[in-house]
Design a protein around this ligand. Structure first.
Ligand code: TXA
Ligand code: MG
Length: 346
């Protein structure tokens, strides 16, 4: 399939007419959002959902997030509640996905067979204008091939999706770099955090929500345990290289990496430690992971650096295990999964 690359000019709506038409007619379009790029199709069409699973190489029992242009559009697709509207007022449009009981207007193919649906109203103006012009909600998982890190710029999207979709919108680099926070709205009005993101549990708690963090956010599923969010079952975000997380002082971390016998080693160093890392770790490729106290910067860089390390032929990539506070929880969650839960405590 030939993939059309759509560039944006000052008249946004005009440049989005073609991609909107493609969605309306059942085709696939990759579009930017503030979190990561999405691989979109008409969420009301079973065949578009099947095309998405095929293009991504994703098992069709792993449901898709349905993107809407306005929080109130949720009425058409799900059973809402006061808590939903309170979340909408506090955080939408923005990087929050809410799981609600589904109405039949969203076919079971989009929902991966579940009786719930994941709804998100993105803040990115390109994404929202595209949804409005298409006139249908857009089902979109992250636009990576299943198993590889989510794409945060056009180069990543082209590497995974060129030739697999009808069009790719050339938007800017994703601001946040990690996928949306996912919360499930329970019948008693409480929330369960299924996937951490930029909107943190601390923030939800401070606004008065009754929120509980699902064990699967930080721990490996035990044999036979059922994941609340099907995506949590799969190894995710994983680079081809072996990604290893180290917990300990920086000198112990250097010592461990120096003793490792892999041929092409790499280390994600904090910006302040770059010079020291280069001098202590000879023969190891050093990447700048951002400032030590800026988890936002690290979140923004993680997926991109994992891809760079693969392109550069690294076979073992080391990083320090992050703290779990604030957006650190999202970083921790993506990093332990990229490392397939391998943490070495020094
Ligand atoms: O930031 C994001 O959320 C991006 C952009 C494109 O919006 N999308 C994204 O989609 O990350 P995806 O498909 O890569 O991740 C969606 C996750 C999966 O783990 C899936 O299992 C879960 O959401 N999910 C979707 N519907 C669900 C449901 N009804 N119940 C529980 N989990 C659900
Ligand atoms: Mg994904």
């Amino acid at each position: 399939m030939e993939t059309k690359i759509v560039t944006l000019d000052t008249e946004l709506e005009k440049s989005l007419l073609l991609p909107a038409k493609i969605i309306k007619e059942g085709g696939l379009v990759v579009f930017p959002t503030e979190t990561v790029y999405g691989l979109g199709g008409d969420a009301t069409s079973p065949s578009a959902a099947e095309k998405i699973y095929r293009a991504k190489g994703r098992p069709s029992d792993n449901p898709l997030i349905v993107h809407i242009a306005h929080p109130c559009d949720a009425e058409n697709f799900a059973f809402t509640s006061d808590v939903y509207y309170s979340l909408a007022k506090d955080f939408m449009p923005g990087p929050l996905t809410v799981i609600l009981k589904a109405k039949p207007s969203i076919p079971k193919e989009t929902r991966g067979g579940l009786d719930t649906v994941a709804l998100r109203c993105p803040e990115n103006i390109v994404a929202r204008t595209l949804i409005k012009l298409a006139g249908v909600p857009i089902a979109a998982p992250s636009a990576n091939l299943s198993g590889s890190p989510s794409p945060t710029n056009l180069r990543h999207v082209l590497a995974d999706m060129n030739g697999r979709v009808d069009a790719i919108i050339d938007g800017s680099e994703s601001e946040i770099g990690l996928e949306s926070t996912i919360v499930k709205l329970n019948d008693d009005g409480s929330l369960t955090l299924l996937r951490p993101g930029k909107i943190t549990p601390e923030e939800l708690f401070a606004r008065g929500y009754d929120i509980r963090i699902s064990d699967a956010v930080t721990d490996e599923l035990k044999d036979g345990e059922v994941a609340l969010s099907p995506g949590l079952r799969y190894k995710h975000y994983a680079p081809k290289a072996n990604f290893v997380l180290l917990e300990g002082t920086i000198s112990k971390i250097y010592g461990y990496i120096n003793n490792d016998i892999s041929e092409h080693r790499a280390f994600f160093s904090y910006e302040e430690d770059l010079e020291e890392s280069k001098s202590k770790l000879s023969g190891v490729r050093i990447y700048n992971f951002g400032k030590k106290d800026s988890k936002e910067e690290q979140a923004h860089r993680l997926f991109s650096l994992l891809r760079d390390a693969d392109e550069d032929g690294c076979d073992t990539v080391f990083a320090a295990l992050p703290e779990k506070d604030g957006i650190g929880l999202a970083l921790y969650n993506r990093m332990i999964r990229a490392a397939a839960h391998k943490i070495i405590r020094l």
